[in-house]
Design a protein around this ligand. Structure first.
Ligand SMILES: Cc1cc2nc3c(=O)[nH]c(=O)nc-3n(C[C@H](O)[C@H](O)[C@H](O)COP(=O)(O)OP(=O)(O)OC[C@H]3O[C@@H](n4cnc5c(N)ncnc54)[C@H](O)[C@@H]3O)c2cc1C
Ligand SMILES: NC(=O)c1ccc[n+]([C@@H]2O[C@H](COP(=O)([O-])OP(=O)(O)OC[C@H]3O[C@@H](n4cnc5c(N)ncnc54)[C@H](O)[C@@H]3O)[C@@H](O)[C@H]2O)c1
Length: 452
């Protein structure tokens, strides 16, 4: 039986980061992938959603630029570019790339079949290794809606069907109003779909500052998205050529597709780990601060259930690779940015005000209305909107949270991310010199509004 330095199970962004670093360091590495190297992110999540959202965003930007006429949205060309960006669901170049780097690439479902040494089976092949990295990602949660399983699967979309759509549906009910629901709901509405977005709780984007819910709700009014808060879809049924969705208040909504955006379940289970004495935390692989689940067993990305983002999967991948290569590195999740790529973008980092209070922090908060206080929004858009909010710790004199609703917030939220991560004093931020005219100048305005 072949013995490896490391076996990586799952080749999304987390697994790819570990594998590439170990290969670059000259280690003998086997990588196991049951679908496509690149993972959910590359084919059905981050990449296609951002590709699909961009043309409607460009049209919005053109609407707001003086002297520019409204561009057409040409779906067949956008669809072709989406297909190119998701590599036509073909990862043969990636497989060859890893082989060229010296990896043993195994296609199929990986299972952990033993420990001391770690043993992994893929079909008829069995390998042993000093280290096993579990990077198996997550899958869409299917909510318990009566009649859902009786519908034709082609009209029940998770992120997979939504991001690989070939035709834009006439009507959609989007179930769930957080990152996935907001991105997909806005994309569909902007492509002409009549969208009803059904959110169980009282707020959209409920992991973020409540103000962001108000701001995105206002944008959804403009986009023509009907938002139903505190509501669930209780049943769905075929209705002629379409679907009839029944909401829990008895209302009926017609649709051509149901889009499920109700969260993700980590894929820590199903690998045989429990059989070799590794405990799971529900479906997540429980890892310590070094991303270690047991001696020689490591976890990265969504499978760990920790902040389900590609940048976190890649960060954990760097931590694990360093530790396997003999380092002693702990992961620190302070200041992880969270962006929903709607228009305008929704960005958050660190704690919300409520979370900071729960932690006993003496908080000071401030907002800056971007068009009222800055030049940049007006040079960017003839009808600008946008807000930056800050949460500070009065006692320590540092920022602990920030949020923004603005064009390009994904880029300039990193000022706050770095300040929060490094504990940069508010006084130092106030003495910084942001470029004029930029959105980044909003920090000075909001910081001056903070009553520390
Ligand atoms: C619609 C949508 C949009 C998103 N947009 C963003 C975004 O813009 N930015 C962002 O940071 N995050 C985004 N995310 C989250 C992001 O996709 C995930 O956090 C990221 O993909 C996690 O990477 P990963 O490597 O842990 O897992 P994955 O990308 O899920 O990859 C895991 C891989 O493991 C493989 N696998 C699973 N089990 C086995 C097994 N037993 N044997 C072999 N292989 C196996 C799978 O086939 C898969 O290829 C989005 C998510 C969704 C749903
Ligand atoms: N731009 C990005 O970085 C990006 C984009 C998309 C997804 N993601 C990641 O993917 C993960 C999954 O995103 P998500 O939005 O699917 O999940 P989520 O867990 O963040 O939100 C799910 C939402 O659906 C609602 N919901 C759950 N069950 C419901 C039901 N039966 N009826 C109505 N509403 C219901 C919840 O109240 C919640 O607001 C997130 O953790 C996020 O980090 C990131």
């Amino acid at each position: 039986m072949q013995h490896m330095d490391a076996i990586v199970i799952g080749m999304g962004p987390g697994g790819e980061t570990v594998a590439s670093r170990l290969l670059a360091a000259g280690k003998r590495v086997a990588v196991v992938e049951r679908e496509l190297i690149g993972g959910e992110c590359g084919y059905w999540a981050c990449i296609p959603t951002k590709v699909l959202l961009r043309p409607p965003e460009v049209r919005q930007e053109a609407d707001g630029a003086a002297g520019v006429s409204r561009p057409d949205l040409r779906w067949p060309e956008l669809r072709d570019y989406r297909d190119q960006m998701i590599r036509h669901l073909d990862d043969s170049a990636q497989v060859q790339g890893y082989r060229d780097q010296g990896a043993l690439v195994l296609r199929g479902e990986g299972r952990v079949t033993g420990r001391d040494p770690w043993r992994v089976a893929v079909g008829d092949t069995e390998l042993t290794a000093d280290h096993v990295v579990v990077a198996t990602g997550s899958e869409a949660v299917r909510p318990p809606i009566e009649g859902l399983d009786d519908l034709d699967p082609s009209v029940v979309w998770t992120n997979r069907e939504a991001t690989t759509l070939t035709d834009v549906p006439g009507r959609a009910v989007v179930v769930g109003g957080s990152a996935v629901g907001v991105e997909l709901g806005q994309f569909l509405a902007r492509m002409g779909t009549r969208v009803t977005l059904v959110q169980r709780g009282p707020r959209l984007v409920d992991r973020e500052e409540p103000r962001l819910c108000e701001l995105i709700s206002d944008q959804f009014d403009r986009d023509g998205v009907t938002v139903r808060l505190n509501t669930q879809v209780s049943a769905v049924a075929r209705d002629g050529d379409g679907i009839r969705a029944t909401l829990d208040d008895g209302e009926h909504v017609g649709a051509d597709v149901i889009v499920l955006a109700t969260g993700r379940r980590p894929r820590g289970g199903g690998l045989g780990l429990e059989d070799v004495g590794v405990e799971l935390d529900r479906a997540s692989l429980r890892v310590d601060e070094r991303c270690r689940a047991a001696p020689g067993l490591w976890g990265v990305g969504d499978a760990t259930g920790r902040a389900l983002f590609t940048h976190v999967a890649k960060y954990q991948g760097r931590v694990v690779a360093d530790n396997i290569l003999g380092g002693d590195r702990a992961a620190d999740y302070t200041g992880v940015p969270r962006v929903i790529f709607s228009y305008p973008e929704i960005a958050g980092v660190g704690l919300t005000e409520a979370q900071a209070r729960e932690q006993g922090i003496d908080t000071a908060t401030a907002e800056a209305d971007l068009p009222q206080t800055l030049a940049r929004p007006w040079t960017y858009d003839t009808d600008p909107r946008g807000t930056l909010g800050l949460v500070a710790d009065r006692r320590r004199g540092v920022l602990v949270g920030a949020w923004a609703f603005s064009p390009m917030a994904s880029e300039w939220i990193h000022t706050a991310a770095l300040a929060i991560r490094t504990g940069l004093p508010v006084a130092a931020l106030l003495d910084s010199i942001p470029q004029f005219p930029t959105y980044n100048e909003a920090y000075l305005i909001a910081l001056e509004n903070l009553r520390m």
